[in-house]
Ligand binder design. Structure first.
Ligand SMILES: [Zn+2]
Length: 288
């Protein structure tokens, strides 16, 4: 097995802020739901500390404003603080001006709270695509150095299976795009970077996929999950469609033990540490 350092990332948003609920819970109703993101993110920090993981936390600006102590603790514990936009609006639902204001506001909030430069961005639900040709140039102009906003798979809410699988220099602006990882088998891309797939499928599937990317592509994996995925006690949202219910609530109780296994069996670091921004590559890092 190739000993390689992979990238661990967390999208910091509350259980009711996810895109799958956006038609059921409007933003002006968010305040009526009990927030659990702060406690759940502290549980992620504990998990990482136990397993000697450093990670990148893509944080919503509105979550950061409500939990400034959490922002400072993420940075104090050696993790990377990065931007997930202000309030989880998909880029395809914004015009260029709205996107520009969103990414600049979020960067400023995170930097003011942490005192650290924020250079990474992840779009809500991997929503940078052909319909948003201005996005990378706007990110670059706003001072971001990389984006991790593509998951090259088939999915009804996100994903473009024809997008590049490995990091690339973006066509507009001075920016590196680092897609969430897929494994290539029988001419198709298969999810290897987490999301619901990690929680819903058996652990051996993710382990096999990560090993395949590390050994065949000789590339690090970019993996992601959400703090609400390790919270089986979260309140259940009423009137959700069956498909959403299955995706959001299945195997929540299995997620924490699975993550313990994953963080134990592989070596993980923050995303910015694995990117060579000078030439837009994603470098395998030797384990120190
Ligand atoms: Zn998100």
């Amino acid at each position: 097995m190739t000993a390689m350092v992979n990238a661990m990332t967390v999208d910091v948003e509350d259980y009711f802020q996810v895109s799958a609920f956006e038609s059921i819970i409007k933003k002006n109703q968010w305040a009526t739901h009990a927030s659990r993101v702060e406690n759940n993110t502290y549980a992620c920090l504990d998990l990482f500390e136990r397993n000697q993981v450093t990670a990148t936390f893509f944080m919503l600006g509105c979550v950061a404003e409500a939990a400034p102590g959490l922002v400072r603790d993420i940075v104090a514990q050696g993790h990377e603080l990065a931007s997930h936009g202000y309030s989880h609006v998909r880029v395809i639902h914004q015009n260029q001006t709205e996107f520009r204001e969103d990414i600049r506001l979020t960067k400023k909030i995170l930097e003011d709270l942490s005192g650290i430069a924020v250079t990474g961005y992840r779009a809500a639900s991997y929503s940078i695509c052909a319909q948003t040709p201005w996005a990378y140039e706007e990110l670059s102009n706003a001072g971001y150095h990389y984006s991790s906003s593509i998951y090259p798979i088939h999915h009804d809410l996100y994903g473009d299976p024809n997008a590049p699988r490995l990091p690339f220099a973006t066509p507009n602006g001075d920016l590196t795009e680092v897609p969430v990882t897929t494994a290539r088998w029988v001419g198709k891309n298969w999810p290897a970077g987490g999301g619901g797939y990690f929680r819903l499928l058996p652990y051996w599937y993710s382990k096999t996929a990560i090993n395949a990317v590390n050994s065949k592509d000789k590339a690090p994996v970019v993996f992601y999950f959400h703090p609400w995925e390790i919270d089986p006690g979260q309140p259940r949202i009423a009137d959700t469609p069956l498909k959403t219910r299955i995706r959001h609530y299945s195997n929540l109780e299995k997620m924490q033990p699975k993550l313990e296994q994953l963080t134990n069996q592989f070596t993980w670091s923050r995303l910015d540490a694995l990117i060579d921004l000078g030439n837009s590559t994603f470098k395998p890092q030797p384990i120190a």
